[in-house]
Design a protein around this ligand. Structure first.
Ligand SMILES: [Cu+2]
Length: 138
Protein backbone atom coordinates (compact mmCIF):
# COMPACT_ATOMS: atom_id res chain seq x y z
CA UNK A 1 0.00 0.00 0.00
CA UNK A 2 2.77 2.38 1.07
CA UNK A 3 4.83 1.38 -1.97
CA UNK A 4 1.89 2.01 -4.29
CA UNK A 5 1.40 5.44 -2.75
CA UNK A 6 5.08 6.34 -3.16
CA UNK A 7 5.04 5.07 -6.73
CA UNK A 8 1.93 7.12 -7.52
CA UNK A 9 3.45 10.20 -5.90
CA UNK A 10 6.64 9.92 -7.90
CA UNK A 11 4.69 9.47 -11.14
CA UNK A 12 2.71 12.59 -10.27
CA UNK A 13 5.91 14.53 -9.50
CA UNK A 14 7.47 13.43 -12.75
CA UNK A 15 4.49 14.38 -14.83
CA UNK A 16 4.65 17.82 -13.24
CA UNK A 17 8.28 18.15 -14.23
CA UNK A 18 7.66 16.87 -17.73
CA UNK A 19 5.23 19.61 -18.61
CA UNK A 20 6.34 23.20 -18.63
CA UNK A 21 3.32 25.28 -17.80
CA UNK A 22 4.02 29.01 -17.59
CA UNK A 23 3.38 30.68 -14.25
CA UNK A 24 0.54 33.14 -13.88
CA UNK A 25 0.02 35.73 -11.13
CA UNK A 26 -2.43 34.54 -8.45
CA UNK A 27 -4.53 37.70 -8.86
CA UNK A 28 -4.94 37.38 -12.63
CA UNK A 29 -8.51 37.08 -13.90
CA UNK A 30 -10.10 36.09 -17.19
CA UNK A 31 -13.71 37.04 -17.95
CA UNK A 32 -16.24 37.97 -20.64
CA UNK A 33 -16.80 41.69 -21.10
CA UNK A 34 -19.67 40.73 -23.42
CA UNK A 35 -21.95 38.95 -23.95
CA UNK A 36 -23.11 38.31 -20.38
CA UNK A 37 -24.45 35.06 -18.96
CA UNK A 38 -28.05 34.46 -20.02
CA UNK A 39 -28.03 37.14 -22.72
CA UNK A 40 -29.98 36.74 -25.96
CA UNK A 41 -27.97 37.91 -28.96
CA UNK A 42 -28.13 38.05 -32.72
CA UNK A 43 -25.65 37.00 -35.41
CA UNK A 44 -22.94 37.97 -35.87
CA UNK A 45 -22.14 37.56 -32.17
CA UNK A 46 -19.45 39.93 -30.94
CA UNK A 47 -17.46 38.51 -28.04
CA UNK A 48 -15.09 40.68 -25.99
CA UNK A 49 -12.44 39.06 -23.82
CA UNK A 50 -11.41 40.61 -20.50
CA UNK A 51 -8.09 39.96 -18.75
CA UNK A 52 -6.89 41.54 -15.49
CA UNK A 53 -3.35 41.60 -14.08
CA UNK A 54 -1.84 39.86 -17.10
CA UNK A 55 -1.03 40.89 -20.63
CA UNK A 56 -1.92 39.58 -24.07
CA UNK A 57 0.87 38.51 -26.41
CA UNK A 58 0.72 36.67 -29.73
CA UNK A 59 1.29 32.89 -29.79
CA UNK A 60 4.98 32.10 -30.10
CA UNK A 61 6.00 35.15 -28.08
CA UNK A 62 7.46 34.07 -24.74
CA UNK A 63 6.95 37.02 -22.40
CA UNK A 64 6.38 36.53 -18.68
CA UNK A 65 2.80 36.98 -17.42
CA UNK A 66 1.24 37.05 -20.88
CA UNK A 67 -0.84 34.69 -22.96
CA UNK A 68 -3.40 34.57 -25.74
CA UNK A 69 -7.11 33.91 -25.66
CA UNK A 70 -8.94 30.69 -26.52
CA UNK A 71 -12.70 30.62 -26.91
CA UNK A 72 -14.35 27.32 -26.01
CA UNK A 73 -17.73 26.89 -27.67
CA UNK A 74 -20.21 24.23 -26.51
CA UNK A 75 -17.50 22.16 -24.84
CA UNK A 76 -15.94 21.42 -21.46
CA UNK A 77 -12.38 22.34 -20.52
CA UNK A 78 -9.65 20.42 -22.36
CA UNK A 79 -6.64 18.76 -20.65
CA UNK A 80 -4.88 21.72 -19.00
CA UNK A 81 -1.46 20.08 -19.29
CA UNK A 82 -1.59 20.00 -23.08
CA UNK A 83 -1.86 22.61 -25.84
CA UNK A 84 -5.47 23.70 -26.33
CA UNK A 85 -6.98 21.68 -29.22
CA UNK A 86 -7.69 23.54 -32.42
CA UNK A 87 -11.11 22.76 -33.90
CA UNK A 88 -14.55 24.33 -34.24
CA UNK A 89 -15.10 24.09 -30.47
CA UNK A 90 -11.70 25.59 -29.56
CA UNK A 91 -10.81 28.86 -31.26
CA UNK A 92 -7.32 30.32 -30.89
CA UNK A 93 -6.63 34.03 -30.98
CA UNK A 94 -2.91 33.70 -31.56
CA UNK A 95 -2.46 37.15 -33.00
CA UNK A 96 -3.34 38.61 -29.62
CA UNK A 97 -6.92 39.56 -30.48
CA UNK A 98 -9.14 40.58 -27.56
CA UNK A 99 -12.46 40.30 -29.36
CA UNK A 100 -14.10 38.40 -32.18
CA UNK A 101 -17.26 38.29 -34.18
CA UNK A 102 -18.63 34.83 -34.98
CA UNK A 103 -21.68 33.17 -36.44
CA UNK A 104 -23.50 30.66 -34.24
CA UNK A 105 -26.48 28.48 -35.07
CA UNK A 106 -29.72 29.78 -33.50
CA UNK A 107 -30.32 28.31 -30.03
CA UNK A 108 -28.43 27.96 -26.76
CA UNK A 109 -24.63 27.91 -26.66
CA UNK A 110 -22.03 27.84 -23.91
CA UNK A 111 -18.93 29.99 -24.10
CA UNK A 112 -15.81 29.88 -21.94
CA UNK A 113 -12.41 31.54 -22.17
CA UNK A 114 -9.10 29.82 -21.46
CA UNK A 115 -5.78 31.62 -21.65
CA UNK A 116 -2.82 29.79 -23.17
CA UNK A 117 0.89 30.59 -23.10
CA UNK A 118 3.18 30.99 -26.11
CA UNK A 119 2.85 27.23 -26.80
CA UNK A 120 -0.97 27.22 -26.33
CA UNK A 121 -0.68 25.46 -22.95
CA UNK A 122 -2.76 26.85 -20.04
CA UNK A 123 -0.87 28.60 -17.25
CA UNK A 124 -0.30 27.48 -13.68
CA UNK A 125 -2.65 28.37 -12.09
CA UNK A 126 -4.86 28.22 -15.20
CA UNK A 127 -6.72 31.33 -16.34
CA UNK A 128 -10.29 30.20 -16.98
CA UNK A 129 -13.37 32.38 -17.24
CA UNK A 130 -16.78 31.44 -15.97
CA UNK A 131 -18.83 29.43 -18.46
CA UNK A 132 -21.68 31.50 -19.83
CA UNK A 133 -24.80 30.42 -21.71
CA UNK A 134 -26.21 32.62 -24.43
CA UNK A 135 -29.20 32.26 -26.72
CA UNK A 136 -28.76 33.16 -30.37
CA UNK A 137 -31.95 34.45 -31.98
CA UNK A 138 -33.09 33.20 -35.37
CU1 LIG B 1 -3.56 29.02 -28.85
Amino acid sequence: MMKTTILLLSIMCFSHLAIARSAAPENAELYFISPTDGETVQNPVTIRFGLRNMGVAPAGTDIENTGHHHLLIDTDLPDLDKPVPSDKNHMHFGKGQTETSIHLEPGKHTLQLLLGDHTHIPHRPPLISGKITITVKQ
